[in-house]
Design a protein around this ligand. Structure first.
Ligand code: GDP
Ligand code: IMO
Ligand code: MG
Length: 432
């Protein structure tokens, strides 16, 4: 199984970090190893939690495989890299005794400089009540520069005169915008060139042609795990636009984001929670504003790993699950956080939407319709017992088995595993 993709099926924070760590270590115990763990989109807007022997780690820009001994972590061309965030994260892990020498960065990845986060924050303020609720990390402005062809790439940090020309071009329009529209001070070219050159020496040994590296690795039969960030419903094309991130978080984004063709991908695992959460603004049909929502938030510990913001909570949405199966061509689902539902007597699941009096079993075509979607619920009996110690499907109480089987039958893809706690060992494999 050489090329595996792990990605989020909802609005993020499904447990992709745990799934990545689980797969990496599971393969190790069976004799093989994950040779490469690769991030292909997004940046330090992500926050992935990994719990190893009870010790909690959070990765942001770094692939979670940085914590797996023997695994090379790769930041591929599709990622937007803040050197400041990169070295802060490396330093933080090194202080905790993690070996971070196995890290490679694409020469073609785009750079997030300080002006990108400045623009991200002022643009959000300017939008007022229409704000996206971004992480404020400069992700959108950096991707906008990439598409506008005014971006700075990692390789540019090693050629001072090219870097200066590119920074000049990048700041030209931005300074008009900052001064005339946002009423901010203009940013000096030299201060940015100095900021970026300050990282070049430390970055240089990590930089390589990651597309060549990964294709060669696949030719040699090595195992490559592509760790998705953000999620399907936050994808800039397939998500709840404009309330999305600025990259392609779906499976297709892995190919462009890594320079690896679609024919090389063997398995695409969607990670999905047994309920739903969302951070930031935008439509969310099953969102709860009552005690159940608060209870999900509290038991699920639904606070953002990157920004500390509270996540909005709601029931499982099978329409979203079917949509994610389709647009990603999923081969498996990994259902997480089933244990969070342990105490409910009955658990509603959204099976379809009522949109202006019409039943929709599939995602509606337009965002205007999606904004009007009202969930049609089916109720399932809860199991009202602690499942965190279950290790096989047969260990799960009958009602938990029925809940999982019902979700599987309506989600469009077979379930591979079920998470019953944050630890990597707290997983039930559905088919042994
Ligand atoms: P990611 O961004 O998709 O990697 O997810 P986050 O790390 O942002 O959020 C997922 C949270 O759920 C983390 O706190 C994980 O430790 C936790 N988690 C993952 N799987 C499970 C599970 O099966 N049960 C419980 N209770 N927690 C889980
Ligand atoms: P992981 O990988 C949840 C959301 C933000 C905001 C929108 C745009 O941990 O699942 P951005 O800063 O990307 O321009 O913000 O996307 N968002 C996430 N929500 N998990 C994430 O990552 C997210 N990354 C971005 O909250 O609504
Ligand atoms: Mg997260």
């Amino acid at each position: 199984m050489p090329a595996i993709v792990i990605l989020g099926a909802q609005w993020g924070d499904e447990g992709k970090g745990k799934a990545t760590d689980l797969l990496a270590t599971q393969s190790q115990s069976s004799g093989a190893t994950i040779d490469y763990c690769v991030r292909t989109s997004g940046g330090h807007n992500a926050g992935h939690t990994i719990v190893v022997n009870g010790e909690k780690f959070a990765t942001h820009l770094l692939p979670s495989g940085i914590l797996t001994p023997g695994c090379t972590a790769v930041i591929a061309n599709g990622v937007v890299v803040s050197p400041e965030a990169l070295f802060r994260e490396i330093d933080g892990l090194e202080q905790r005794g993690v070996d971070v020498t196995n890290l490679l960065v694409s020469a073609n990845a785009h750079i997030i400089a300080s002006y990108h986060s400045t623009i991200d924050k002022v643009a959000e303020r300017f939008l007022g009540k229409n704000k996206i609720g971004t992480t404020g990390r400069g992700i959108g402005p950096a991707y906008a520069d990439k598409i506008n062809r005014t971006g700075i790439r990692v390789a540019d940090l090693f050629d001072e005169s090219i870097l200066r020309q590119k920074v000049e071009a990048a700041l030209d329009m931005k300074n008009h915008l900052l001064a005339k529209v946002y009423n901010r001070r203009a940013i000096g070219v030299e201060e940015i060139v100095e900021e970026l050159l300050g990282y070049s020496e430390r970055l240089r040994p990590m930089v390589t042609d990651t597309s060549l590296l990964l294709n060669t690795a696949l030719d040699e039969g090595k195992t490559v795990l592509f760790e998705g960030a953000q999620a399907t419903m936050l994808d800039v094309d397939h998500g709840t636009y404009p309330f999305v991130t600025s990259s392609n978080a779906v499976a297709g984004g892995v190919c462009t984001g890594a320079g690896v063709g679609p024919t090389r991908i063997d398995r695409v695992i969607g990670v999905i929670k047994a309920y739903t959460t969302r951070v930031g603004s935008g439509p969310f049909p099953t969102e709860l504003f009552d005690e159940d929502g608060e209870k999900l938030w509290e038991i699920g510990g639904e606070v953002g790993v990157s920004t500390g913001r509270n996540r909005r909570c709601g029931w499982y949405d099978a329409v979203v699950a079917r949509y994610a199966s389709r647009v990603n061509g999923l081969t498996d689902y990994y259902l997480t956080k089933l244990d969070v539902l342990d105490s409910w007597e009955q658990i509603p699941v959204c099976v379809a939407y009522d949109i202006d009096g019409v039943r929709h079993d599939e995602m509606p075509m337009t965002q205007s319709e999606f904004h009007h979607a009202k969930p049609i619920y089916e109720l399932f009996d809860g199991w009202q017992s602690d499942i965190s110690g279950c290790r096989t499907f047969a260990d799960l109480p009958k009602n938990a088995q029925r809940y999982v089987e019902a979700l599987e039958s309506m989600s469009g893809t077979q379930f591979w595993g079920v998470g019953v706690g944050p630890g990597r060992e707290q997983t039930v494999l559905v088919r042994g």
